[in-house]
Design a protein around this ligand. Structure first.
Ligand SMILES: NC(=O)C1=CN([C@@H]2O[C@H](COP(=O)(O)OP(=O)(O)OC[C@H]3O[C@@H](n4cnc5c(N)ncnc54)[C@H](OP(=O)(O)O)[C@@H]3O)[C@@H](O)[C@H]2O)C=CC1
Ligand SMILES: Cc1cn([C@H]2C[C@H](O)[C@@H](COP(=O)(O)OP(=O)(O)O[C@H]3O[C@@H](C)C(=O)[C@@H](O)[C@H]3O)O2)c(=O)[nH]c1=O
Ligand SMILES: [Mg+2]
Length: 302
């Protein structure tokens, strides 16, 4: 099995370099190898290498900045994804791609299922939804994993931000009315490899049944504020000296916080479909969060 991985230096892409390695020949590409705004170069790479599987972990992920970089966000999250899925349809290969809880408006009281109505509140979410639609229209076999609140011991994420600020400030306001599930990049990469292994073991005549959108998050739910509390508590247990304490950590509403991009209040994703189709059991989110917090603390909380 020949696999091309795009976005090898991102949070998820970095972990995929390890998890995909045992599946076959892996060609891992970063921005220096292929710029996704160059659609001709992208198509040329795919036609030249003719992979059995294309895994796209590259994306425009700066949610607030996307509000003013609309065109660039759409180029990377939608136009480039349209090229990838069209070529993979022609090559009759599989396309693995990632999307987000931000395709939903967050007004549902229960957790979101794959076929629930979308309604992105911000430019990033709109661009990711356009990417999803391009994949569906291409007709390629695909695994499209919607993930949420991604973190890793490297890259830009909430755990690293909190541990950095928690060593600099004695006052922090964190949103308490957005609920979701923190998801480890390592966990996403492991499940991606398991799903691809499952596809490889499955007869071609049953491929269509496996193709589609899957919600991929661990079990549980938490607000950003309680997640911050959890991170600080674990860091203290590990001996980290913080400038923030419980009294300095204040609750703030989404409305009061007022960021450039609007975000959904409910980011919870139902994972029944992925568990059933790939025979998986989702671990509690703390399992991987504890590991990442430990790794980041060992790096000095940076
Ligand atoms: N982060 C999160 O909280 C969430 C992420 N997701 C989705 O999961 C997937 C993986 O996200 P994550 O690993 O966190 O993302 P990261 O932001 O960590 O990584 C994205 C990668 O894409 C690369 N990239 C951006 N623009 C281009 C370009 N024009 N050409 C080539 N490469 C480019 C970036 O390169 P460079 O570093 O040079 O910019 C970076 O290496 C994405 O599809 C994302 O939308 C979904 C939900 C939550
Ligand atoms: C730094 C900070 C953030 N926050 C809030 C803002 C935001 O609602 C939340 C998380 O902050 P972030 O900057 O990580 O938010 P954000 O980058 O929007 O995170 C999102 O990224 C994209 C790519 C996704 O697809 C989503 O699933 C989600 O993970 O915490 C505070 O309340 N206080 C703070 O001091
Ligand atoms: Mg972010």
């Amino acid at each position: 099995m020949k696999i091309i991985l795009l976005g090898k230096d991102g949070q998820v892409g970095w972990e995929l370099q390890h998890s995909l390695a045992p599946l076959g020949e892996l060609i891992a590409c970063g921005r220096q190898d292929i710029d996704l705004t160059d659609s001709e170069a992208l198509a040329a790479l795919l036609y030249r290498e003719k992979p059995d599987v294309l895994v796209n972990a590259a994306a425009y992920t700066a949610v607030d900045k996307a509000e003013t970089e609309v065109e660039l966000a759409h180029k990377i999250n939608a136009d480039a994804v349209a090229v990838m899925s069209r070529v993979m349809a022609e090559l009759k290969g599989w396309f693995v791609h990632y999307s987000t809880d931000y395709v939903f408006d967050g007004t549902k009281t229960d957790s979101y299922e794959e076929e629930d109505d979308t309604g992105p509140l911000n430019v990033y979410g709109q661009s990711k939804l356009s990417g999803e639609q391009a994949v569906a229209e291409s007709g390629c076999h695909h695994l499209l994993f919607r993930v949420s609140w991604v973190y890793a011991s490297r890259g830009a994420n909430f755990i690293r931000t909190m541990l950095r600020l928690g060593q600099q400030r004695d006052q922090l306001s964190v949103i308490n009315d957005q609920v979701g599930v923190p998801t480890s990049a390592e966990f996403i990469a492991q499940v991606t490899a398991l799903a691809l292994y499952h596809v490889r073991q499955t007869n071609h005549d049953r491929w269509a049944q496996l193709s589609g959108i899957y919600h991929l998050v661990p079990d549980g739910e938490i607000s950003w504020l309680d997640f911050a509390r959890y991170i600080f508590s674990r860091a203290r247990d590990l001996g980290m000296t913080l400038t923030i304490n419980d009294r300095g950590l204040a609750a703030i509403s989404t409305a009061e916080y007022g960021s450039a991009a609007q975000r959904p209040l409910n980011s919870r994703l139902n994972t029944s479909r992925i568990c059933k189709n790939f025979n998986l059991v989702m671990p509690d989110w703390q399992v991987h969060a504890d590991k990442a917090i430990r790794e980041i603390c060992l790096q000095g909380g940076k």
